[in-house]
Structure formats: C-alpha cells, structure tokens
Design a protein around this ligand. Sequence first.
Ligand code: AMP
Ligand code: MN
Ligand code: MN
Ligand code: MN
Length: 270
Amino acid sequence: MPLVDLHTHTHFSDGTSSPEEVVQVALKRGVQLFSLTDHDTTDGTARAAAVCQEHGLKFVYGVEISTGEYDQLHFTGYNVDITNTQFQAFLTQNRQDRKNRILKVVTQLQQAGVNLTSQEVFSCAANTISRAHVADALTKKKIAHNRQDAFKRFLVQGKPGYVAPIGASAVQAIAQIKKAGGLAVIAHPGIVSDHWDFPKWVEAGLDGIEVFYPAHGYGMRQDLLSLARKYGLFATAGSDYHGPRGGRVIAPGINLPQDHYNRLLNKLFG
Ligand code: AMP
Ligand code: MN
Ligand code: MN
Ligand code: MN
C-alpha cells in the first residue's frame, strides 16, 4: 500500500523541524506523495518543494486553514496558487486573528496567576503563532512538562487559558481555497465530529476528506468513506506530523489503499 503524507508541519507554524528535516524523515520512511500544510502560511513550501524535487518525491503545494467556528475545524488546501494575492491576504488576516487570540490567552493566564508574557510566547514562534507556542513557552519556563501537559492544564476548553478561536468561517475557508485554484479537504474530521456540516461544505466546494488520519479508528474511517461516496469526495491520508517535539505522531507517512491513491493522483496531477 502506498505511503502518503498530505498533512505535515514545520517551524513556519507549530512544527518543531525545518522543511528540509521534515522531507528528509518522510523520505527515510518511504513516503511516495508529500505535502507541507503549515497553519495559515505557505512560506515554508518552496523549501520543501526544492528538497522533494531533488529526491524525486511527488510534492503537492498545501496549507492548513483554521476556522473561527470551532477549535480544530480546519481545512487543507492543495494545489493552491501561492502567488495569488487575495489568497495571501486571507492567510495574513488569519495569522493576525491567531495573534489576537494568543494575546487574549496570555492575558487570561496572567489573570489566573501564571507568570508568562506575550513576548515569551512570541519568541517561541517563527511565523504563524498558535497555542502550541504558548505550550512551548510554559514548558521552557518549567510551568508545564511538555505540550500535552500544557494543553491539558491550561489551554483546552474549561481551563484558564482557553479562548475560542477567531477567524474565517468554514464556508469562507473553502471558498478562498477554491478561488485560488485549489482543492479543499476537511482535515481530521474525526476530531470535530460534533460539528460536521457536509451538505454546507460540499455546497461551498469541498473536494475531499482526510479519511486516513492517526486518530481515526476503523469505524470512523468507514463512516468517512461512506460520506465520501455519498458526496463524490476523494479520500486523503495525512499524519499531522509536527516534528519530534510536536507531542503527537512520531513520524510522517500513512498507508493509503491503492484505489484511493490512484484517485488522489488523478485529482492532484491528472
Ligand atoms: P491553535 O491552532 O492555536 O488552536 O493550536 C492548536 C494546535 O496545537 C494544533 O494545530 C496542534 O498542532 C496543537 N495541539 C492541539 N492540542 C494539542 C495537545 N493536546 N497536545 C499537543 N499539541 C496540541
Ligand atoms: Mn498544529
Ligand atoms: Mn489541524
Ligand atoms: Mn495540522
């Protein structure tokens, strides 16, 4: 079965590795089709593309867009024209929304008695900021053990640093991907299953579903495959690799059944 990864991150967002390092580990694992999908930025993609080209690894331009509707309601865009100025302006606005959210997170943590400044958080981020960088700052100051610990104690709903996401709607995110010539995919739908609205997303132009994802069990994959059939969507595979200190999967690469792989290649390159 082909090993695919259409969902990875670098330190241009909240991953802990460079684009070159992520591609190198993907190559070592035997990944055959790769995309870098940093949160709300495409700044690392040219570097990833160059390394993929050098090694003959099939590369797809990608980005993961956050919505302000719900936490973790994210859409990945593939084959987007990254030189499209309207699309880049949209990403810039999303990054600004993220920054405003993080400022609120820090204020709330301070009010809860946590010794942390926004400068300490910003110094952990190179480009797109996220709650993961708040977690990194808390870890650096030994207030938390690691990212997982910081999220659990401070950053998820019900905890002192929780602030609802700020940003575009799902329909706007899909529409922006489509306007920039891309294919829109719902990322890790299994972790936002309370907020599914496939009819609305499909009407907005949704093309695919990230079915093969580490946190999706067998039942979830079956449910998503039947939704894909119902709405004529393709299936993708992504690990959501965030690097060795990312607190989640330890390596890129997800097995994608051959029939879905063929269909995906056809959509992306056909
Ligand atoms: P944000 O984009 O600011 O909402 O932050 C969410 C990001 O933090 C996600 O993209 C994940 O990469 C990461 N994340 C979310 N939950 C956890 C967790 N429990 N442990 C480690 N990283 C997490
Ligand atoms: Mn992330
Ligand atoms: Mn995501
Ligand atoms: Mn991701």
